[in-house]
Design a protein around this ligand. Structure first.
Ligand code: SF4
Ligand code: SF4
Length: 107
């Protein structure tokens, strides 16, 4: 398992409303987690932004990751994001914090 994903599982997934205290995911069968699905793109996006500014990192994530997600409409709107149903969007600051603490992996 990717060591950064493992670390996310043990930190973010434990706090996620769809996770449990051990980091296991409790999403219903057939439902995919956007954070997990797009994790490789998330890591390359984070590494491509020359600042750890949360605002700039979110902007980059919306432009590179959300743009390849079928949930986003042509106008850039996303009902899942609006309803706080996207784990990637909900926990992005936590993901940034975790990746930052392990930044040697993405440099
Ligand atoms: S929905 Fe995603 S972030 Fe939440 S527990 Fe499942 S894998 Fe982790
Ligand atoms: S915020 Fe919407 S478009 Fe972006 S990854 Fe989540 S579900 Fe997909």
């Amino acid at each position: 398992m990717n060591p950064i994903w493992e670390s996310i599982r043990l930190s973010v997934c434990r706090q996620c409303i769809d996770g449990d205290s051990s980091g296991a995911c409790r999403l219903p069968a057939g439902e995919l987690c956007t954070l997990e699905v797009f994790f490789p793109s998330v890591l390359s996006t984070i590494a491509s932004v020359p600042t750890w500014s949360v605002e700039k990192q979110i902007e980059a994530m919306r432009s590179t990751v959300c743009s390849q997600c079928p949930e986003q409409g042509q106008d850039g709107a996303c009902q899942k994001r609006k309803a706080l149903e996207c784990a990637l969007d909900r926990y992005y600051p936590l993901v940034l914090e975790k990746v930052h603490s392990m930044k040697t992996f993405v440099e």
